[in-house]
Design a protein around this ligand. Structure first.
Ligand code: S3P
Length: 171
């Protein structure tokens, strides 16, 4: 297994914001799979969904994990909220390093993302319902993938980072 720290969780749980801060704190580089895919495709996630559809995006996520396994060790890796759902990706996440799940409530996600237009899956008539449906499906998957689970809804980014660092013996 590689020595990366991987942040997983639902859209809006704080993976990217925590990842950036953690990477400064631990003096590690940070990779965000969405940004990685956008750079490689030279397209936004929204355009990828619109042009190629979700299945193709999911294949790009798996490709990204495979390339990260070949890449330098010791990074902080924030992955898209739907990435752990694809079964093939579980094994790849395990290979890639220790997995931290930032667990948040549907209400937290809704409040954070209700005015955000960059998440194609939430551009629906009733986003809260969509968040609840997706989260119910995904929560067991996130839990099965995780080495560490952090209840993150009520925590500041700094408090989340403290908990990650406190779990250092696990990591
Ligand atoms: C998705 C989450 C997004 C992005 C895409 C699909 C999902 O990433 O990969 O919009 O299926 O949950 P974030 O979790 O970083 O928002």
């Amino acid at each position: 297994m590689k020595d990366n720290i991987i942040l997983i969780g639902f859209m809006g749980c704080g993976k990217t914001s925590v990842g950036i801060r953690l990477s400064y704190r631990m003096k590690r580089t940070m990779v965000d799979t969405d940004k990685w895919i956008e750079k490689k495709q030279k397209m936004t996630i929204t355009d990828i969904f619109d042009t190629y559809g979700e299945d193709t995006f999911r294949r790009m996520e798996t490709e990204c994990l495979k390339e990260l396994i070949q890449a330098a060790d010791g990074q902080i890796i924030s992955v898209g909220g739907g990435l752990p759902v694809r079964e093939e990706n579980h094994r790849l996440l395990r290979k890639l390093g220790r997995v931290i799940y930032l667990k948040v409530t549907p209400e937290t996600v809704y409040l954070r993302l209700k005015d955000d237009i960059s998440r194609p899956l939430l551009q629906v008539e009733d986003p809260l319902k969509q968040i609840c449906v997706l989260m119910q499906k995904r929560a067991p998957v996130y839990e099965a993938c995780a080495d560490v689970i952090i209840e993150a809804s009520e925590l500041s980014f700094e408090e989340i980072i403290s908990q990650i660092l406190a779990a250092g013996d696990v990591l």
